[in-house]
Design a protein around this ligand. Structure first.
Ligand code: RUQ
Ligand code: CUA
Length: 631
């Protein structure tokens, strides 16, 4: 079903509103052609759709029940990356209420992240950067289904990968990946998440130590495999061209990544020049054999296997990397729930390319593994699944989500539009989209979120920085068609998301002291102040409404450590220890212990206080830090 909005010139995104520059995708001046074709393709489903359009606005009739009443819980968690905010956001679906944010690559005071010694050290050891750019949140799986243990997320900016512990919804490890810039795709080897992959987008000298600075032909791009328990880099594979997005096959062997810069260009026109780039199919088992056999070069302490086209490891009929030609600057790639196909979205060409995974072993020319190439519409970026044989592709240029049938696409001629079932307009310019459990073997097929880059006119104006728009779409009824249910403004800028059934996540509501490395202070009897030359160690607790000690006296220049436990065990009674002037605010959830160290270099009186509103006497929950001037 198509809706009414696109008659309005302002939202023809080939030219940005109010801007008469060249179109974003000059090679795609085919929009009207494509849309005419789509209307024909969608006609069948439109027939069943009459009466669903709500007059002018084109919003769906309100038959889809997406209400979650006050006090009720959502059916799903959605984890959305926060982009260059550096965090991960947690929504409930279908309410689209934002429930929590998890800081990952940035210091954040409400959760005390980067304020206590442990998380501050973790951020420092991971490069000491103050921000990151999160794109692809992937929840760990066992047997191709979410196990609720971890969430992995990349940092495109600084080439890192982080792990979030879903027992506490907290970042617990970050690895700073060597030999890689622009770690973009983040995904796992499935079925059991025994490796995490970081996909290197920006080509750089190998290693990037000042050599080959202006010799782009010598730059390289690597795929990085990370061991999820230790978060250490297991191996890397260097490839020709670059790597963009990725996805794991379902059977423990394959990993797929797109490449939009096969030519190794450094300017936009160089990168967009050729008509095809690659999908690279990595045979991870063959790569591991090469590592075992010592067939690698060690760079920056990491085994790097040569997966370039002319590598000896790519000779013969069992290459470690298969290079499949795909039009044109492909972007997203995702493996179908049954594990049979890897589908790449063309970005600069209005097609998706379907690769039959098993054929990679059978064919001499990897291009013969391509079994379908449907035309889907302008600017296809990412594709997800409903588990009923349909694919849903975001169309950046057309501002639509297109639903198409995978088997029909395989049975039709290359370039045919026969597979298109219907389209729905989104507002506006979708990047990723995600369907419930689309990355598992069993998608739920009911909800889809379109993560739209531009919100334009959809919300009250808030100045020149606009929110993005995450739209909830119901896809559970093939007869009635896709229906737009909700707009949700989002702070810049979510990229990808993962939707997980609520029952598969089992977070703790109170800390288990055994999970924390810091000493647990049980109460009054455990508290003490230990003084050594130039050092003061305060071991204390917090509870409604005090910090154990009413005053702590130290001397100017002392190194002061607080080890502090929230000794409450009641859910939701959180305290914090704010130490003004020393730039510290450590949150303490029930039974949580944290340690924080600083040098008391400013004499004076500092009221330490609790930042969480914990009781009627919360304002009184404060103690004095007395820093006496040095002699
Ligand atoms: S990206 S809008 Cu970082 Cu996944 Cu495609
Ligand atoms: Cu404790 Cu407010």
């Amino acid at each position: 079903m198509t809706q009414g909005h696109h008659t309005d010139e302002r939202y023809d995104t080939e030219t940005t509103p109010g801007d008469d520059r060249e179109p974003l995708f000059p090679r795609l001046a085919r929009r009207s052609f494509i849309k005419a074709g789509m209307a024909a393709g969608a006609a069948g489903s439109l027939a069943g759709c009459t009466g669903l359009l709500d007059g002018e606005t084109g919003t769906a009739a309100a038959e889809v029940d997406a209400d979650v009443d006050p006090g009720e819980h959502d059916e799903y968690y959605a984890f959305l990356s926060g982009g260059h905010s550096g965090d991960v956001r947690v929504y409930g679906v279908p309410s689209m209420r934002q429930i929590m944010r998890i800081p990952v690559f940035q210091r954040e005071s409400a959760r005390g992240y980067g304020h206590d010694d442990e998380t501050r050290r973790m951020l420092e050891e991971a490069g000491g950067y103050t921000w990151g750019d999160t794109h692809h949140p992937r929840v760990s799986q066992t047997d191709n289904d979410y196990d609720g243990r971890w969430l992995f997320i990349n940092d495109k900016a600084n080439g890192r990968m982080a792990r979030i512990d879903l027992k506490y919804f907290e970042t617990d490890a970050i690895v700073d990946i060597p030999n890689q810039q622009g770690t973009h795709g983040a995904c796992a080897r499935l079925p059991d998440t025994d490796l995490i992959f970081g996909v290197g987008e920006f080509r750089v000298p190998m290693p990037n130590d000042g050599r080959d600075v202006d010799d782009p032909a010598e730059y390289g791009s690597v795929l990085t495999a990370i061991e999820p328990e230790s978060m250490e880099v297991a191996w890397q594979v260097q490839v020709d061209g670059n790597l963009d997005n990725g996805d794991g096959g379902k059977n423990g062997r394959w990993f797929f990544a797109t490449d939009y810069n096969s030519e190794g260009g450094v300017t936009e026109s160089e990168m967009a020049a050729p008509d095809t780039d690659y999908v690279k199919a990595f045979d991870t088992l063959a790569i591991e054999e090469a590592v075992e056999a010592g067939e690698y070069e060690e760079l920056s302490g990491v085994p790097v296997v040569d997966g370039r086209r002319d590598s000896p490891l790519n000779e013969g009929d069992e290459p470690i990397v298969h290079y499949v030609d795909v039009p044109k600057s492909p972007h997203g790639i995702s493996v179908t729930p049954d594990g049979e196909y890897a589908i790449a979205s063309g970005k600069l060409e209005p097609v998706c390319t379907i690769i039959e995974i098993d054929r990679l072993d059978e064919v001499e020319d990897p291009n013969d593994a391509i079994v379908g190439q449907p035309t889907v519409g302008g600017g296809p970026l990412h594709t997800v699944y409903d588990g009923r044989g349909h694919a849903y592709t975001s169309l950046f240029v057309d501002s639509q989500v297109v639903k198409w049938d995978i088997e029909t696409a395989i049975d039709s001629e290359f370039g045919s539009e026969d597979a298109i079932v219907e389209t729905i307009d989104v507002h506006y310019n979708p990047g990723h989209l995600i369907a419930a459990e689309s990355y598992t073997a069993e998608p739920q097929g009911d909800w889809l979120i379109s993560l739209n880059k531009l919100s334009q006119d959809r919300f009250l104006p808030v100045g020149p920085v606009f929110p993005e728009n995450d739209q909830l779409i119901y896809i559970g009824d093939d007869d009635e068609g896709m229906r737009l249910v909700k707009d949700t403004p989002a702070y810049p800028e979510p990229h990808d998301a993962t939707i997980v059934q609520a029952e598969k996540i089992d977070p703790a509501s109170v800390y288990d002291p055994d999970d924390l490395a810091v000493e647990h202070i049980g109460g009054e009897d455990d508290r003490e102040i230990v003084r050594e030359e130039g050092r003061v160690h305060v071991k204390t607790y917090s509870q409604r409404n005090n910090f154990g000690y009413t005053d702590v006296t130290v001397e100017e220049g002392d190194e002061v450590t607080f080890t502090i436990t929230n000794i409450e065990s009641t859910d939701d009674i959180i305290h914090s220890l704010a130490i003004p002037q020393y730039d510290i605010n450590v949150k303490l959830a029930p039974q949580e212990s944290r340690e924080v160290t600083f040098t008391a270099d400013e004499p004076g009186v500092y009221w330490m206080y609790c930042g969480y509103f914990c009781s009627a006497l919360h304002l009184e929950m404060r103690s004095r830090l007395l820093v006496e001037p040095a002699e």
